[in-house]
Design a protein around this ligand. Structure first.
Ligand SMILES: [Zn+2]
Length: 426
């Protein structure tokens, strides 16, 4: 429930205030959010234009919106000829068009539409019946660095949800951030079962804001996750993530055979023994919906595909060092999967089901060392590739900077909540 926010530009920390009855403290750069926006007195003009917005309805086509703007027949043809950015087959219902028309005119003189998060399109009708002109404008998102601390109560989603106010990132972005954090730690942390109440997740992200006030996160720059009390650090460098010693977070084995983003938040918490276990059960069960893709946790060779008693539809993969992995109760196998086939880490091998001795859709996963089912531990997965020697010095200076922003030592105790959270570091 505790959350602390800081915002940095360069490495400067500016305290701005505390919110939410001391449960949540935040600090922000002076540029955001400004409580008192300058308000100019209204200037009255007799506009030569009518401006309005129109929305693409369900089962509507672009031509329907254009027709309402008077762009039909020859105008429609010349409009479509002029645009390359607007693909009428890829427009989503709900898309908003800004339309401007000269008072008294039949045909719109300008039409604006947001193509995607990065671009806005302006179509302008040229004078003298000489067609339309297309201009694609880049949306100038501004970037800030923000840090948050989320304390696990039940799961990562809920922890981020509690730590990050809507005014910083909307709900969908908070969920996407949980997915992105889980992806960074795919080889290191199984967020469905490794975390315990009280564990901390700290993350330094880029937060982007558009002139319209939309907010989303950009890159994850650094993170620290306490896994049963032991910290695991991640620093973004050259499109990969490395630990504090400069070793890649990528390992021989993924921590879990299902992607965290494919497990609903309802099941995202700690392990639920929701299923009656069959005799001699020696694996890990992941509750997930029918058809959820199951991925190989490491490179290997398929050693079995088929039906096998209590396992139902099962795939077994042989890996290096006498390790095998087994994936049971599948609803179906990946197309064309066969014994002897080489499989890469993260490759989809089948889909979650409830075949065999199973009372509901779930994946049964076994990690076998020399034929014995074993509880995989982090140390079994080996060390990641280190940063190239010639880049080590550059990496180290990035790491030092990121660490200072991720775990600042001089955070003002802005509220009891923040103080309590900080005290946990000791
Ligand atoms: Zn099982």
């Amino acid at each position: 429930m505790l959350g602390a926010w800081g915002a940095w530009r360069t490495s400067h920390y500016v305290a701005a205030g505390a919110l939410a009855a001391g449960m949540l403290a935040w600090a922000a750069h002076e540029a955001w959010p400004s409580r008192e926006l300058p308000v100019a007195l209204p200037i009255v003009v007799t506009s030569a234009y009518d401006d309005w917005t129109d929305t693409l309805g369900r089962r509507e086509m672009l031509s329907d919106v254009l027709e309402r703007a008077g762009i039909t027949g020859r105008e429609y043809v010349s409009f479509m000829k002029a645009t390359h950015a607007l693909n009428p087959r890829r427009l989503q219902p709900g898309l908003i068009f800004e339309i401007r028309r000269l008072k008294g005119a039949a045909v719109a003189s300008r039409l604006g539409v947001r193509l995607d998060p990065e671009r806005r399109l302006w179509m302008t009708r040229l004078a003298g019946d000489s067609g339309w002109k297309e201009i694609v404008e880049e949306i100038p998102w501004t970037t800030e660095r923000l840090r948050t601390t989320a304390i696990i109560q039940s799961n990562l989603y809920d922890a981020l949800d509690a730590a990050i106010p809507d005014s910083f990132l909307p709900l969908r972005q908070r969920v996407a951030l949980a997915w992105a954090i889980a992806d960074v730690y795919d080889w290191e942390v199984d967020f469905t079962r490794d975390l315990r109440p009280g564990d901390r997740v700290e993350v330094l992200i880029e937060r982007l804001q558009s002139p319209e006030g939309e907010r989303r996160f950009g890159r994850i720059l650094a993170a620290r996750v306490d896994v049963a009390g032991s910290p695991s650090l991640a620093f973004a460098y050259e499109k990969s993530f490395y630990d504090e010693r400069g070793r890649s977070l990528r390992r021989a084995f993924l921590r879990a055979p299902l992607r965290y983003r494919h497990i609903s938040s309802r099941f995202g918490g700690r392990y639920h023994p929701i299923l009656r276990r069959w005799r001699s059960h020696q694996g890990t069960d992941y509750a997930a919906g029918y058809g959820t893709p199951v991925r190989a946790t490491a490179d290997g060779t398929v050693s079995m595909v088929g039906r096998n008693g209590g396992y139902g539809n099962v795939v077994e993969i042989r890996h290096a060092n006498g390790i095998r992995t087994r994936y049971g109760h599948l609803s179906k196998f990946a197309k064309g999967l066969r014994v002897g086939q080489r499989i890469g880490q993260e490759q989809t091998i089948g889909y979650v089901g409830s075949t065999g001795l199973s009372t509901g859709p779930h994946l049964h996963y076994e990690f076998l060392v020399n034929g014995r089912p074993t509880n995989p531990r982090r140390k079994d997965f080996g060390a990641g590739e280190p940063v190239a020697a010639k880049l080590k010095a550059a990496f180290d200076s990035v790491r030092v900077q990121l660490l200072a922003e991720l775990v600042p030592t001089n955070v003002p105790a802005a509220s009891p909540a923040l103080g309590a959270a900080a005290a946990r570091d000791d």
